[in-house]
Design a protein around this ligand. Structure first.
Ligand SMILES: [Zn+2]
Length: 416
């Protein structure tokens, strides 16, 4: 879509500059500029919904990134859900080996104590790369990093005791730290406010009964407030705590899709009282995401690689029975939210995620066909940008194919 904005020669020069930057930093680890990487993750970005919005010009910031970068599907894992796929992003190791096999592992809500493979934040920190993460799923309790970490989905707290598909406020967190270093809590409360760590719980069947329109509207208003707080948090962090590697996540897209996907009356689970209240509720999440992206783009300079990734897509239910299996995501407290769309199909290729990248040396306006990029490739690709060889347990590879030429790959190899 769109035209190529910058000619190849200019992009080639950028690639060379990036290569020089990589050599510079690997030769003198603590001196000189390191490449900057910003990963903006979205839970459940669904291309079926995003593409029409892009074509209609309703996602100008995402369009800008796509026209100046590469984009396509991201191969996810089998029966994908957020904790499983995010931990695959962090470790490039399959869930049965990395320790995080779902929302609940051996009867306990998944937590970072269960990690059996070294996550990317730890590897980067050891190599003197500064790390900043906020609201990323499956990062609770937070772990020490060479920078800061603010947890996301699966954070436990008041009114969200099991941490599953709910969100405590920063002041209500229990059972572990949501912020590293802890000294940052007061600073965040003073400058950002008492924000919610994750998206809010969906109303259940009883709450909806007889007051569907009111509940849908009130919940969506709450979601928008959470998003505004998140944007404030992200911008505050980028401004006041810049790091070499930065990773943020938003999860309200997925949460909204589960019960407000714009389905038709022939789809499984259709309930006009709920599903006709706001048929734009789910597309609106991407319109809102685009605004958040617009607030982040000013921090993406010529030395920065921006990745926009999604752990999986989300599709309407296809069979009867689906809706009763998938409400709780393994929670001990079963939710009765009328779920009409899901992502944990056994074949992950039914619900691919998204992979979008823009930065020094990266191809422009280039669409991946098929599954050129997988969830396993995220960690090796980020490590590679810092000249760090992926440890042998990592199953993915550096995505050389997103670059105009192979120089970056060779440069990093030479420096080790
Ligand atoms: Zn979900």
């Amino acid at each position: 879509m769109g035209k190529r904005a910058i000619i190849c020669a200019a992009a080639g020069a950028l690639s060379l500059l990036a290569a020089i930057a990589i050599v510079g930093q690997t030769e003198a680890t603590s001196n000189g500029p390191k490449p900057r990487v910003i990963v903006m993750a979205v839970n459940g970005m669904e291309w079926d919904i995003v593409r029409p919005l892009l074509i209609r010009g309703e996602l100008p910031n995402l369009k800008h990134v796509i026209e100046n970068g590469v984009y396509g599907k991201l191969r996810t894992i089998s029966a994908p859900n957020c904790p499983k796929v995010f931990t695959t992003f962090f470790t490039s190791v399959p869930p049965d080996k990395n320790g995080i096999t779902g929302f609940v592992v051996d009867g306990q809500t998944a937590s970072t104590d269960m990690l059996k493979s070294e996550p990317i934040w730890s590897i980067l920190s050891k190599h003197a790369v500064t790390v900043g993460m906020a609201n990323v799923p499956a990062t609770f309790p937070v772990m020490p990093v060479n920078g800061y970490m603010i947890s996301g989905m699966l954070t436990r707290g008041k009114g969200c005791e099991d941490g599953i598909l709910c969100a405590p406020k920063l002041s209500e967190v229990q059972g572990g730290d949501a912020v590293y270093p802890t000294s940052m809590v007061a600073e965040l409360e003073a400058n950002v406010g008492d924000f919610r760590i994750d998206c809010s719980r969906m109303p259940n069947e009883n709450e909806l009964q007889g007051r569907e329109a009111k509940e849908v509207t009130a919940w969506l208003d709450g979601v928008q407030k959470i998003r505004e707080q998140q944007q404030k948090l992200f911008v505050y962090l980028l401004k006041n705590h810049p790091t070499d590697f930065t990773m943020f996540d938003q999860s309200c897209e997925d949460r909204t899709g589960h019960w407000l996907y714009p389905i038709q009356d022939f789809n499984v689970g259709y309930n006009a009282k709920v599903n006709s209240v706001d048929v734009d509720a789910f597309p609106d999440q991407y319109r809102a995401f685009d605004k958040v992206l617009g607030a982040i783009l000013p921090f993406v300079d010529a030395n920065t690689t921006l990745f926009i990734i999604s752990d999986h897509g989300i599709k309407p239910l296809r069979e009867f029975g689906d809706e009763h299996e998938n409400h709780s995501h393994g929670s001990k407290v079963p939710s009765t939210t009328p779920v009409i769309a899901k992502h944990d199909f056994p074949d992950g290729d039914d619900v691919p995620g998204a992979f979008i990248a823009m930065g020094p040396g990266i191809k422009q306006d280039y669409e991946f066909e098929g599954f050129a990029a997988s969830a396993y490739d995220i960690a090796p690709t980020v490590l590679h940008l810092y000249g760090i060889t992926a440890p042998p347990q990592m199953q993915g590879h550096f995505l050389a194919e997103i670059y105009i030429d192979g120089d970056q790959k060779q440069t990093a190899k030479l420096s080790h």
